[in-house]
Design a protein around this ligand. Sequence first.
Ligand SMILES: [Zn+2]
Ligand SMILES: [Zn+2]
Length: 154
Amino acid sequence: MVLTLNKMVASFHLTVLPEIIRFIVLAIFVSWKFYRLVRSNYKYMAMINKSSSKFIYRRNPNSELQECAICRSEFVAGEKIRELKCKHMFHRHCVEKWLQEYKATCPLCRSSIVSEEILAEYRRVKNERNDSIIEKELALILLSVLHGGSCHGF
Ligand SMILES: [Zn+2]
Ligand SMILES: [Zn+2]
């Protein structure tokens, strides 16, 4: 009885423990990556907020019709608009998607909205997210630990 217990403890130390340690280290690494992703997103959006203004569209009857150059539709009263520092206006969701996924410049006049430094960090972190080798390895370890655990149990 004591012998089997010792054996079980020994096998735990030899097989399960190193996996758990590896798992914890990788989990910390992934959390750190996630933290950097959130932080760089936050910085990027803060920069966009700083160099543009948000408002609700109200049509002035004296002015000509205005349209969003991204989706090519006219502004309708009540829509959420973002005006960039170059005075070009777009739907808020259209220009945010553009700035986050395509370019950090105005779609019309190409004046830059986000500083080089913040843009570089944003791009780097975004690219890191795409190669998810570590996340895959983490999932594999988790699976093997769970599988191993259930085998020991029976
Ligand atoms: Zn639009
Ligand atoms: Zn512009």
